[in-house]
Structure formats: C-alpha cells, structure tokens
Design a binder for this molecule. Structure first.
Ligand code: C2E
Ligand code: CA
Ligand code: CA
Ligand code: CA
Length: 277
C-alpha cells in the first residue's frame, strides 16, 4: 500500500508540474501578448429601447494568440489578475476603448474594471489621465464593477467610487443578482446603472421565478432612478418581454455578438438605415 501510495503521489506531482508548466507558459505568453500587440478590444452594442438606437457599446477584451487562436477573457483575465498584469492591461483597454468610441457619434462606452484594478490606489488618477489623453467627454464613459469589489473594504470602495463619480463618469453594477447582498450595495453606493446578469435572462422561459426576478429588478431600477440593462438577450421573446417590462437597454447575441471596431461601425450603419441585422 505504501508503495502504491508513493506512486500515486509521484503521478500527482508530475501532474502538478505539468499544470505549473502550462501556467508559466501562459503567463510568459500573456506578458508577450501585451508587448506584441496581440490584445484586441471587441465591442457589443447596447440597444436603447426608448430611442430605438445603439446607445452604448461594452468593451470586451480578446487575445489573438498566434497558436491558440482567439482566447476568451475567462481564460486569461484571472491570470492577469494574479500576476498584476491586469493593471497595465486594464489601462490599455480603457484607453483603447475611449479612443475608439470617439469615432462613434455620441455613443457611450462601458468598460469592465477588475477588482484588482479597483484596489489600486491610482485608479481614479489613471481614469482621469486617460480621459484627458483621449479627450473623451467623461459622461460617455461607464465603468462596470461587480459587487465583489465592495465586500472587503467598503469605505475605501466608496471613496474610490465617489472619486470616479467626481470625474463625471457613470458607474454600473455588473452581474446584478449573482452575489450576496446586491440590494444593500445599491443603497450604499452611487450606482447609475444595473446590469441584470445573463443567467436570469437565459432562464426566463424555463423558470417562472427568473421572469419574476427580472421584472422586479427592472422596477427596482426605475424607482431608484437607475438605468437597467439586460445582458445575454438571445431571442425575440426575451427582447419583447424585457421591452414590455420597461427595461431601458438590451444587450445580447440577438442583436450582435461582441465584434471588432470596423464590424461595429457596419452594425451601426445597418441599424440606422433601419435593418436589425
Ligand atoms: P461580463 O462583464 O458579464 O460580460 C458579458 C459577457 O457575456 C461577455 O463574455 C459577452 O460576450 C457575453 N454575452 C453577451 N451577450 C451574450 C448572449 O446573448 N449570450 C451569451 N451566452 N453570452 C453573451 P466575454 O466577452 O467572454 O467576457 C467574459 C467576462 O470576462 C466578462 O463578463 C468580464 O467579467 C470579463 N472581461 C471581459 N473583458 C474584460 C475587460 O476588458 N476587463 C476586465 N477586467 N474583464 C473583462
Ligand atoms: Ca460587464
Ligand atoms: Ca455577466
Ligand atoms: Ca462580470
């Protein structure tokens, strides 16, 4: 038994080694990616249901790896966060997105902030500098944060949020409903917008409860004077339900996947000429 235990351990060790190697390789590649310009920002439209136009875009980072192909953020953001690379990467994403949106008349841009960026004391100053460098009107920038940034040190978080608000940018609570105490946070922090997580939208047709939750989040947003956006809208039925309930903005594959900047320009042109796709 002892013998086989040791053998198992050796296999385990070899496996750990392999995983560590893979991680190191990915980390090395990720550092190179930043230097070699392999990161891209893609854009997904947010459709305003009242104006019936493209109100904003969400900036979503992509990594065009020479061998692995297009790598999704879920596969490299965590590593970027662990290594601290997210700080410089996040600033690059923010600046790229702000510059890009200047080309799209009046559109706003929503940029995701990692909790790691949020814990960085320079954040407010970084955002201010990017706005100055790009010349983007601050009211056209929305920063999306998840409630996880509020959990540990909420007084520090409040100070940062107020600093960001002071710049004139908008703050959205992302992934609403997936955390622990979203409601309390809405009360204590200066959010302008609620993004209903796509898990609720996706479940609406199969679970009555999800529809009820979505409905009440929309009316909550209305009574708190916050904009509501539904994420992950994939079908005309979902879009119709959300419109009927008074949701302000819709985002999802039903309208468009996240696409490159030129593709988004084409989408806007098609949209304003009256065709949905
Ligand atoms: P998120 O902020 O919740 O972004 C929405 C995700 O839902 C995106 O995935 C988007 O492509 C996807 N999505 C949009 N519409 C639909 C739909 O109709 N159906 C389905 N199934 N999915 C839809 P993506 O681009 O893979 O990003 C995943 C997550 O990675 C994001 O979730 C965000 O947390 C993070 N992320 C992406 N870009 C950035 C970034 O630039 N900075 C940071 N810090 N995080 C980012
Ligand atoms: Ca987001
Ligand atoms: Ca989400
Ligand atoms: Ca998220």
């Amino acid at each position: 038994a002892k013998q086989s235990g040791r053998a198992t351990y050796r296999i385990f060790e070899a496996q750990m080694d392999a995983e560590l190697q893979e991680r190191k390789a990915l980390e090395y590649d990720l550092r190179q990616a930043v230097l070699k310009d392999e990161l891209e920002v893609h854009y997904q439209p947010l459709i305003d249901l009242v104006q019936h136009d493209v109100a904003a875009v969400e900036a979503l980072v992509r990594w065009r790896h020479p061998v692995r192909g297009l790598v999704s953020p879920a596969d490299f953001i965590p590593l970027a966060e662990e290594t601290g690379l997210i700080i410089s990467m996040g600033e690059w994403i923010l600046e790229t997105a702000c510059r890009q949106v200047m080309e799209w008349d009046g559109l706003r841009v929503a940029v995701n902030l990692s909790p790691v960026q949020f814990r960085n004391r320079e954040l407010v100053e970084t955002v201010r500098e990017v706005l100055v460098r790009t010349g983007l009107d601050p009211s056209r920038l929305e920063l999306e944060i998840t409630e996880s940034v509020l959990i540990n040190d909420s007084s520090a978080a409040l100070e940062i949020l107020n600093g960001l608000k002071g710049l004139g940018v908008k703050i959205a609570m992302d992934d609403f409903g997936t955390g622990y105490s979203s409601l309390g946070y809405l009360n204590s922090f200066p959010f302008d917008k609620i993004k209903i997580d796509k898990s609720f939208i996706g479940d609406m047709s199969s679970k009555d409860k999800s529809g009820a939750i979505v409905k009440s989040v929309i009316s909550l947003g209305q009574s708190l004077n916050m904009t509501t956006t539904a994420e992950g809208v994939e079908t005309p039925e979902q879009a119709a339900f959300l419109a009927q309930e008074g949701c302000d903005q819709l985002q999802g594959f039903y309208f468009s996947r996240p696409v490159t900047a030129p593709e988004l320009s084409a989408f806007i042109a098609r949209w304003s000429s009256g065709k949905k796709t």
